[in-house]
Design a protein around this ligand. Sequence first.
Ligand code: ADP
Ligand code: ASP
Ligand code: MG
Length: 456
Amino acid sequence: MIVMKFGGSSVESATAIARVASIVKAREDRRPVVVVSAMGKTTNRLLAIAKAAAEGEQGEALRLLGELKEYHRTEALQIVREQDRAELAQLLDEHFTELSLMVAEIAQVEEFSPRMVDAVSSMGERLSSRIVTLGFRHAGMDTVHVDSRSVLITDTRHTQAAPLFPRTYARMQEVVAPLAAKQVVVMGGFIGSTQNGVTTTLGRGGSDYSASIIGAGIGAEEIQIWTDVDGMLTCDPRIVPGGYRIKTISFAEAAELAYFGAKVLHPATVLPAVEKNIPVLVLNSRNPEISGTRIVKETVPCRNVIKSIACKTGITVVKIQSLRMLMAHGFLHRIFEVFDRFHTPVDMVTTSEVSVSLTIDNDKNLDEIRDELGRIAEVGVETNRAIVCVVGENVRGTPGIAARIFRSLAGINVLMVSQGASQLNFSFVIDATELRPAVESLHAEFFSTLDPEVFA
Ligand code: ADP
Ligand code: ASP
Ligand code: MG
């Protein structure tokens, strides 16, 4: 068995879904379980609809909902069999009626609770997985749909739910594996449910994570992440085009890249795969002949010092200074306790004699955090920063890397520096406006020659 996950752009239209069907059909003998994201930008559109409703614009919300239904109907109609048209019409009516009831409820209470966010945003994958199932039948595959909410069981942390692994893996063995032995299984990514059957989601971009949870649960031989780029690249193509494809990379390196902003993979994706030692492949649904990136357990020897450069924008630096920190214990504890209380993860930390700087990428509770920290220290906040992170096994143990990095960054103001404890990465903070030149210079510095074993 293999898991094949297709992201939003891979299922954004009738043409895209037809392409997916032919990719899957060519691999039918490997017993694929197909995991799909919402079609195109559906998740963003659903959230915008709910937001409009919560802000009292119910009319606008319903208008947008109508457009979203029309989009799904138009694309789906082109890829369903004549005899499945009634089923399509019914499933669209059911799902969009449910959505309009939610919109009415949100408009009434003028609030959008995390539980409601999940109910609304789950609709994208609920719809796409049903439509793709019909599309696969049209393409002549014996296909069955499994509602992910009946098998991917999570805790109750709405919008960021964590899977309950023993329960989930047991359900995968009971339900998904036996079906996959006979038919092509299609499931929605991103969504799950609590033990009480309440719909949850795994966080934005979470379909990759679903794919690896399902892969680990059914004991797949391979987890394939099909997306819109040729694989993991040596830099983020949205920042600097022209990066090279990485042919093979280790789980540890891929995890660091994902954590530091390489959107191509959700950061949690590698965890279940590592645990069960299942290789993960990143492939291009528009270019299926290319062999993509293979993510494996073993370290991958490489003549280049680094394998890739990741970056994350929208970073806020919080600077905390207090004379009380001098020779005192418990100070860091008190600082982190505040971030913990406001559910705000800290990415990078540096300390000096009387000050601590740290970075966050979620500034939802920044005002509260600043007030709380203000009771024990002087607090400064800098917004619009970016983290750049170079990753590779060779970062550990190659002398002079920092010097090369700083030399190539000449003229760019580096605000914070950190070498991760894993020693696989070297990261630093700069102003977001300098991101592009910084990544360009680093890319030129580290990838002027390429190890042909590792890069394409
Ligand atoms: P999907 O909808 O298939 O999940 P995403 O948009 O979530 O696709 O992820 C793919 C995108 O990740 C690419 O289009 C690319 O812009 C971005 N990306 C960021 N960093 C990298 C990288 N190092 N290698 C490849 N893609 C990257
Ligand atoms: N549809 C969800 C999102 O847009 C999950 C995913 O695509 O991975 O975040
Ligand atoms: Mg994604």
